[in-house]
Design a protein around this ligand. Sequence first.
Ligand code: SN0
Length: 318
Amino acid sequence: MKNFTSIKDVTDLIQLVNQAKAIKLDPFADKSLAKNKTLGLLFFNPSLRTRLSTQKAATNLGMNVMVMNLNNDGWTIEMEDGAIMNQGSQEHIKEAAGVISQYCDIIGIRSFASLKDKKQDYNETLLNKFIKNATVPVFSLESATLHPLQSFADLLTIEEHKQKARPKVVLTWAPHPKALPQAVANSFVEWMKEAEVELVIANPENFDLADEFTEGVEICHNQDEALKDADFVYAKNWSSFTDYGKIGQVQDSWTITKDKMALTNEAKFMHCLPVRRNVVVTDEVIDSENSLVLQQANNRTFAAQTVLLNLIKHEEKA
Ligand code: SN0
C-alpha cells in the first residue's frame, strides 16, 4: 500500500479485514515497529474520531505524531500552478507539501468537499495536488468525495455483528439542517460493493449519489420499502449531487425512528458520527441496544492502525 485514499489502494479486502481483526485482538503486538518515525496529521476541517483514533493507532505502532489544523494555524495555501501570489494566499502547496515531507514519514490529510465546485471536488484537486508534491506516503482522513478509514471501520463492524453470510445493508439518506458532503456515503457504497452484503441505497428523488459510485447498486426512493428485512441500517445525510451542494426541502419523514426500525429484521443501527440527534435519528434508536455507533467509532483505531502498518511495511520494502 503506497498511499491510501480509497478502496482502490486495497489489493485483498478479506486479508485487510483479517489483519484489522488481529490488530484489534493484540493492538500492541507491533509497539516498536515504527519507533522514531513521525506521522503528520493535517486538518483543513474539524475532527474528533479521526484525529484521536489515528493518533492512538500511530502511538500503538510506536510512532511520534504531529497534528496541525491548517485552516486556523497555517498560512493560506495556494493550489494553482503558476499563480501570481499577490492576493490572499501566502504559501504554495508545492512548498507546503514538500516541507511537511521533510518532517514526516507519513502524512494524513483531511480536506472536505467545498460543495461549491463539483468538478474540483470530484477531481479531488487538493488531495491529488498534495500527493503530487509530497515525497512520502499520504492517506485520506476524509477527502472531498471519500472517507475510506470510516468505511473500513464500518465494514469491520458489520463483519463483527452480522448474523448471516450475506446480510442486507441499507444505506439511507436522512434529514440534516446543513449541506454535507457525499464522501461518507460514496465511500460506504464503494466498500459495501466489495463486501459479502446485499446493498440497497434509499434516498429521496434528486439525492441520488454519483453514478460512478452507485453503478450496479439498487437505489430506492421509498425508504419504508428499502428498510424491509434490513439487517443493518446505515443512516447518513448528504447534500444533493445533481443540484450540487443543495439541501432542498425539509424531509422529516426520512428521520430514523423506532417505527422505521420496526420495518427491519431487528436491524442494527449505524452512523459515522457526529450525528444530529432527533433530526437524523431519534434518541430511542441511537440509545437502543441495536445501535452500533460506539463500536464503529472504536473500530476506527484498528482501521487506521492496519492502514498505517501497511504503509510503513510498503516503505520498508521500497
Ligand atoms: C462530515 C461529513 O462528511 O458529513 C464528517 C463525517 C465524518 N460531517 C459533518 O460535517 C457534520 C457537521 C454537522 O453540522 O452536523
